[in-house]
Design a binder for this molecule. Sequence first.
Ligand SMILES: C[S@@+](CC[C@H](N)C(=O)[O-])C[C@H]1O[C@@H](n2cnc3c(N)ncnc32)[C@H](O)[C@@H]1O
Length: 388
Amino acid sequence: MSTFELQEFFLVALPGLEDIVQAEVRDWFPDFESKLEHGGVTVMAPLAEGLAMNLALKTPTRILLRMKTFRCKDFPKLYNKIAAFPWKEWIDPTCEIKIHVSTRLSRLKIKNRIEETCKDGWIEYQKKQNVICIRGKTADMFVRFINDDCTISLDTSGERLHKRGQRQFIGEAPLRETIAASLLQHLGRKHAWNIPGNIELVDPMMGSGTFLLEAAFRDELVEARDFAFERFAAQPDAKPKLQTKRPKFDSLIGFEKDLKTQAAAKVNLKDTSRVTLKKEDFFDAKPLPPAGNKQRWVIANPPYNERIKVKEPLPDLYARLFAKAEEVAKPDLACFLLPSKSVKGKFDLPRGWKVLEKRPFLNGGIPVVAFVFGRSDGISSKKVPSAD
Ligand SMILES: C[S@@+](CC[C@H](N)C(=O)[O-])C[C@H]1O[C@@H](n2cnc3c(N)ncnc32)[C@H](O)[C@@H]1O
């Protein structure tokens, strides 16, 4: 394999957010060819640069390196393919291998047997290389069968990428960092009008502060954690650089009524000077001073009555929250992440607001919709259309 040979990477995305992952790839690596797929984005890149995507991208769940696809209907063939593949051109052959199997519409369907066969093939490969496993050094291999086509991939990320190595404490119902980053980036791309102007971000129910953290560190590399690619044969030789201008979050304001959760947010955000954390019930908040020439955005992930219980009907809570956000923050843009089932029955928007966009996806298995609201001056109170 030459250093410049293109490799195929698969960036795993939450279904419904794939295009945001692709847009982020273009922001950092405009030269990489990419293709949208269900559940992810395929990217062609030289090995070292491709591995470096792990350091820069905030929206994918993990990044796989696709090694090989072949027809396979029997175990001996699978064993031989694994045993004969020149693994050490990509990865340290002394790794202990962990196999993750998925299989659909294929003759080989017993997952345990597929796993054992791949492990045996790997051990045979190690024997041929005269190496043995070094304890504690592991690599994850993803083996996927569809219609008797077997695709073997190596994981380049390790722990899922929403773990930035930075958020130390979490609240009752934390939002995944990848989701928070996706929504913030998407709003900046689609709905900011004074790029690269400044934005004040207000989260009225910040929990442990995920939106604020992701806004504060949006353009920085993730370096406070380990990655699986550290056991690969090539290493990123240069740090990725953002290749586009994005609106800057230069002021961050968060409200949280639960004292323990607020304390968690404070620790998580300790390295950010631009942040003001308010230990108060948002419904008791006084109006904020005008944001001046900045845009002000309100972004919220309010309780869903799942892990955090809510006494009133959810549409009433969300309508009240929006009305209060209008009174306290007078935002230019608002984004609420709400459970789909709760907004089927619609809820009231404050006067002068309209829905700009609805984006459905799954948040930890719960169907949700990210609503983006904008001002439509002169239009009276409107209803949110249902999510489906
Ligand atoms: C779904 S969680 C938000 C999680 C957050 N995005 C995170 O990643 O940690 C909702 C949060 O809103 C807080 N909350 C609920 N009602 C509130 C209110 N009236 N004022 C301020 N915070 C409130 C809850 O304590 C909880 O931490």
